[in-house]
Design a binder for this molecule. Structure first.
Ligand SMILES: *Cc1c(COP(=O)(O)O)cnc(C)c1O
Length: 222
């Protein structure tokens, strides 16, 4: 690993560029979401100074503590919620995040729709799919995902633009990435958030439009 987060950021950008080109996809078609969870503002600032603008956080409360001040200091920040959303945190999440990647049940879809109307804000939305059907993981089961996207659109008026998944650890992720790509086609969804520090290059040939990379940029989480 390179010495600083900024060096590592540059390496990750280069690797994304190479993987995108090797997959025969247009340059710039894969966005980097830098996952800054557990890292404080001092650790994040150099990465902002290096030009990174899209960040992922997995806790509403933690993000609310550090991002408003960083946003004052840097223009054009785009914040993604990538962790589970509790319904009592929906108002805060709708107020803070530009993208909520973890819509995973009816009750949350309904609460988000209500808050969007109340606040007049329209965060972009992804449905999280429990791609490996793991009991401990959040997300809609693969078989129900397309129908859930349809209900979000038709019953709650939510414009779902993408799907997100976290494949089971210690398994080859390729088949899971392929399955998410297939579900997206079935559901009529354009964007795919898949691939993390250990496997983002594998997600790109399967159509990832964004990869969520944390430890390979910021270092190991304590
Ligand atoms: C923490 C996290 C990541 C980043 O994981 P790394 O392995 O550190 O890159 C990506 N996606 C989600 C949903 C996460 O919670």
């Amino acid at each position: 690993m390179s010495a600083t987060a900024v060096d590592r950021l540059q390496e990750i950008r280069d690797r994304i560029r190479t993987a995108t080109s090797e997959a025969g996809r247009p340059a710039g078609s894969v966005e980097l979401v830098a996952v800054s969870k557990t890292f404080d503002a001092d650790a994040i600032r150099p990465v902002l100074e290096a030009g990174q603008r899209i960040f992922g956080e997995n806790r509403v409360q933690e993000a609310t503590g550090k991002w408003p001040a960083l946003r004052e200091a840097f223009d054009g920040v785009e914040l993604h919620l990538i962790g589970p959303l509790q319904s009592n945190k929906t108002a805060e999440a709708v107020a803070l995040f530009d993208v909520i990647e973890t819509v995973d049940r009816e009750k949350i879809a309904e609460a988000i729709a209500r808050e969007m109307a109340r606040q007049g804000r329209t965060p972009r939305l992804y449905v999280q799919v429990d791609i490996g059907e793991e009991a401990q993981k959040a997300g809609v089961p693969p078989r129900e995902a397309a129908a859930f996207v349809r209900r979000c659109r038709e019953e709650h008026g939510l414009a779902i633009e993408g799907l997100m998944c976290i494949p089971p650890v210690a398994e080859h992720p390729g088949p899971y990435f392929a399955l998410l790509q297939k579900i997206a086609a079935e559901a009529g969804v354009e964007r795919l958030s898949m691939g993390m520090s250990g496997d983002f290059e594998r997600a790109i040939p399967f159509g990832a439009t964004s990869v969520r990379v944390g430890s390979a940029i910021f270092g190991a989480r304590g």
